[in-house]
Design a protein around this ligand. Structure first.
Ligand SMILES: Cc1ncc(COP(=O)(O)O)c(C=O)c1O
Length: 507
């Protein structure tokens, strides 16, 4: 009987879920709560609990009632749900800026080794020498690749790394007895940059992007000359969110240093230049890594991830604790340092991510990492070269790891970036990043990463051309309606964010 019901369920709502009553029942009922807690679900009296207050969770269970289902039903329900998700393991994930990189299975194997997976952060240093050695080795790789000698591994994501880096900068200005007020941020920046600066108590000052997609040097120079020693730092992403390498980066660094400001580089796009350029040689003082974007750890949606920060020599005293030190052949965790900004996370950070990142580095070797950067750039340029006659390209140079297109041509027939993205879903792809960077109208930012084959890129290019062909040949209505066969069609994203329905409602 049960399986017959399951057979007739709608794709969205399995039959057994219909047994879950209206979510008004989630309201706390203290009396019922008490009865349930003292009686137990099997009707057994539990006198020892009499008079104790039950927890909210029990009340919810009592009133909602758990559905009676078999194990295969539960398994099938969750497997079905998981199949509705699109993942990098299922197909190309061309999100620009957010870099969905393949997670090698070898990383997972290493992270699960009992010697790594089963240790506890409170174990004495002498019992975790292997883990500390791994952190030390990872630090060595990251400082060597960037030419920046100080490092912390503790931040939990790129954004957390940004915050840590800017706290280090703030502390350095305070230590010099000259707290400052302003952080320069390009108008093409990822939203986390201005958010970080403001969280650190700074006012942000926007620097415009020029017609080539680079920092407008005239505006930058004017800002530095006018605001002078009020400027604490410039937060610049390089390669930029327009997918371009900043040609004036050394001049920018020199100008900032001339007024005692620090140069913060958002290293989210480091994948494009690993082993090719060292940010330290360009004059960068602080840079965060997004290990998931460059070193293939799983994308943690802000955590549990890992966003190490590297700094130039003068900023080392302000780095957070704890940090790993090596004396002779022994590793130890330093937890106190008078000049440090202190702790920014529990224990030593996300150790499992560190294992994965180092595994990735060691399995590629230094020359292999260089090849990764080259392939990431070649793949993005391959897409750009094949789509530049079909879609409008706002900046006419070759790109780095991601290419930027717009909907300018398709808009002539009423088809927008949103329609193109939704049509990609209909064709079985996750869309590219849309409407970012904000400085480009109708932006479509495409990042294929280095692991995609030519065949995959060709299929994607053909799909993008087909969508453009539909737009130009009277099929605009079909594009406006897409996606028609996805589990969810066009969502009211504002309402979904403001009034989320977190569970099934039956009434
Ligand atoms: C340029 C840039 N900076 C910072 C971030 C934030 O990184 P995370 O997602 O690790 O917090 C991103 C994330 O997509 C990014 O693209």
């Amino acid at each position: 009987m049960e399986s017959a019901k399951v057979h007739h369920m709608t794709p969205e709502q399995p039959a057994f879920m219909a047994k879950v009553p209206n979510n008004k029942a989630l309201m706390l009922d203290e009396k019922l709560l008490f009865e349930q807690s003292t009686k137990g679900r099997m009707g057994v009296d539990l006198p020892a609990l009499k008079g104790t207050k039950s927890r909210t969770g029990l009340a919810e269970r009592a009133k909602v009632g758990l559905p009676e289902v078999s194990e295969p039903q539960v398994v099938r329900h969750f497997v079905r749900l998981s199949q509705k998700n699109y993942s990098i393991d299922g197909g190309l994930f061309p999100l620009g800026s957010c870099t969905m990189k393949h997670n090698p299975r070898l990383n997972e194997k290493m992270a699960r080794l009992p010697g790594f997976a089963r240790i506890h952060p409170m174990q004495p240093d002498s019992t975790v020498q292997g883990a500390l050695a791994l952190m030390h080795d990872l630090s060595h790789w990251l400082t060597t690749l960037t030419g920046l000698p100080g490092i912390t591994l503790t931040p939990a994501a790129g954004t957390h790394g940004e915050l840590t880096g800017m706290m280090v900068i703030r502390k350095a200005h305070e230590a010099a007895g000259k707290p400052r007020k302003i952080v320069l941020v390009p108008d093409s920046a990822h939203g986390t940059n201005p958010a970080t600066a403001v969280t650190c108590g700074y006012t942000t000052y926007p620097i415009p992007t020029n017609e080539k997609g680079h920092v407008d040097m005239a505006a930058f120079t004017k800002a530095v000359d006018e605001l002078g020693e009020d400027i604490a730092a410039f937060m610049l992403t390089n390669p930029s969110t327009c997918g371009l390498f900043e040609p004036d980066i050394k001049n920018i660094a020199d100008k900032l240093h001339s007024i005692g400001a620090w140069f913060y580089c958002d290293g989210a796009n480091f994948n494009a230049i690993v082993g090719k350029v060292r940010p330290g040689d360009l004059g960068v003082d602080v840079m965060q890594f997004n290990l998931h974007k460059t070193f293939s750890t799983p994308h943690g949606g802000g955590g549990p991830g890992c966003g190490p920060v590297v700094v130039s020599q003068k900023l080392i005293p302000y780095l957070p604790v704890p940090r790993v030190e090596k004396k002779g052949n022994t590793y130890s965790v330093v937890t106190k340092d008078a000049t440090s900004i202190g702790r920014i996370k529990g224990f030593n950070g996300q150790f499992g991510m560190m294992v994965r990142a180092l595994t990735y580095m060691l399995s590629h070797g230094a020359d292999g990492l260089q090849k990764v950067a080259e392939d990431a750039v070649i793949n993005a340029n391959y897409i750009l070269a094949h789509l530049k006659d079909t879609y409008h390209v706002p900046f006419k140079s070759t790109c780095m790891h991601e290419c930027l297109l717009t909907d300018k041509r398709q808009k002539e027939t009423g088809v927008t970036t949103m329609d193109i993205a939704k049509s990609l879903i209909e064709h079985g792809y996750h869309p590219m990043t849309v409407y970012f960077p904000l400085v480009v109208q109708g932006a479509m930012l495409i990042e294929p990463t280095e692991t995609e084959t030519k065949e995959t890129l060709d299929e994607f290019i053909a799909t993008m051309k087909k969508i453009a062909w539909d737009a130009a040949n009277g099929n605009a209505d079909a594009l406006h309606a897409n996606p028609v066969s996805a589990p969810a069609r066009r969502l009211d994203e504002v309402r979904a964010a403001r009034q989320p329905v977190l569970r099934w409602q039956t009434a």
